[in-house]
Design a protein around this ligand. Structure first.
Ligand SMILES: CC(C)(COP(=O)(O)OP(=O)(O)OC[C@H]1O[C@@H](n2cnc3c(N)ncnc32)[C@H](O)[C@@H]1OP(=O)(O)O)[C@@H](O)C(=O)NCCC(=O)NCCS
Length: 160
């Protein structure tokens, strides 16, 4: 049995009271922190929803998404650096797909070309590159990185 199969990951709706937890995970996961108030405001916005992933009751990942008509966009997606490569991201993404397929035909996201972990996760989940934004992200070392725009078709019941 793989270590992924042994890890019980639960995903629940991210509520406003969990925004401080999401903010802390974000700060550990990315170079630049995202202010708690900005995450809270986003979550209050039209069509926005989120998930928090836990292992043994401990929050270890979260995502924020926005539903607009028949599309869902993943706005952010993060797993605690100490709990990576254990299937938490995959489980959370499967849950995003399971929820999105009820109302949407397409799932979109943007990801840096310098992010092999996220690219690996999204490609394995059936996302395809549909566009590129040149020099879209500025990294901590000031370098500029392209963003890939990726789409996952949900039209056939969420299957790839
Ligand atoms: C991207 C991220 C969410 C992946 O989360 P995770 O829980 O470690 O991913 P999983 O363990 O579920 O991995 C699922 C699959 O994704 C791919 N993957 C994950 N990490 C990878 C890595 N470091 N290199 C290559 N592929 C990777 C693999 O296909 C993996 O399957 P496998 O372990 O069976 O080979 C995590 O690395 C993260 O939070 N990164 C920082 C934040 C970020 O970049 N978010 C995405 C912004 S668009």
């Amino acid at each position: 049995m793989s270590r992924v199969a042994k890890l019980a990951v639960t995903c629940e709706a991210l509520d406003r009271g969990q925004v401080p937890i999401a903010t802390a995970i974000y700060a550990r996961a990315f170079d630049e922190p995202w202010p708690e108030a900005a995450i809270a405001d986003l979550l209050k916005g039209a069509g926005c929803w989120g998930l928090i992933a836990s292992v043994g009751g401990e929050p270890v990942g979260f995502t924020l998404c926005r539903s607009v008509l028949d599309e869902v966009e993943i706005l952010t997606f993060a797993v605690d650096p100490e709990r990576r490569r254990l299937g938490i991201g995959r489980t959370m993404l499967e849950e995003v797909i399971r929820i999105s397929v009820k109302s949407a035909d397409s799932l979109y996201l943007e990801v840096g070309t310098d992010n092999p972990a996220a690219l690996g996760l999204y490609l394995a989940a059936g996302f395809k590159e549909i566009g590129r934004r040149k020099n879209y992200y500025r990294r901590a070392d000031r370098s500029l990185v392209d963003a890939l725009i990726m789409r996952r078709d949900l039209a056939i019941g969420g299957q790839q």
